[in-house]
Design a protein around this ligand. Sequence first.
Ligand code: 13P
Length: 251
Amino acid sequence: MRKPVIAGNWKMYKLLNEAVDTALALKPVVANANHCDVVIAPVFTALKNVSSRLEGSNVKVAAQDCAAEAKHGAHTGEIAADMIKDAGCSHVIIGHSERRQHYGETDASVNAKTKSAIQAGLIAIVCVGETLDQREAGSADDVVKSQIIKGLDGLTVADTERIIIAYEPVWAIGTGKTATPEQAQEMHGVIRQTVAEAHGNEVAERVRILYGGSVKPDNIVELMSQEDVDGALVGGASLEAESFAKIVNYR
Ligand code: 13P
């Protein structure tokens, strides 16, 4: 049985006090959620404060990116994976489509960052997903397969214990247009099959695949009812403790 993961990506929202307030509001309302792992991803500058205030709770903290370089050095503006761990994080989101689209993230950088994250002892939430053009051109499966193969290239079986995959169709992010449960299931099946071919059946059976893109309290149950949907990566609806708690407590 794969334990579900419900993760909230706060993107570039919330000043420090707002992030801490939301985290503190979330803590009691998800305290009984033993059925899933709960993760929130505030901006870098709030990580330490938020993680300190959540210590001893069941809410884990993720960064939204990390440096490809593991070794400390002259990389102005970058933050190494072990620095993220040092700030109290257990997870890091890698290769979000917003970074791929607007900040030059490539499959090669996703691969390097994933390896650095694993080396630092973090769990890497590796994001994949096709654009609307790619879906309409009928190449969605090939795009996502290629992102998985290249993004996870060279990972050992032990490494794969420390990854979570998030399928986020770009056309569903922030648009209110969720993939149907069937569309999500279909792509999650493709992803699991691709992982099986590249890393073996055992790894594929174990790896958790989250869906992301306009997940809300009113569509989480349907999405989670799909066999290969092992959780959600939530954007907008994770910004308020109340709506995120409803998603976490979907059952
Ligand atoms: P929304 O839930 O706002 O569509 O964002 C999804 C997302 O990008 C999570 O990483």
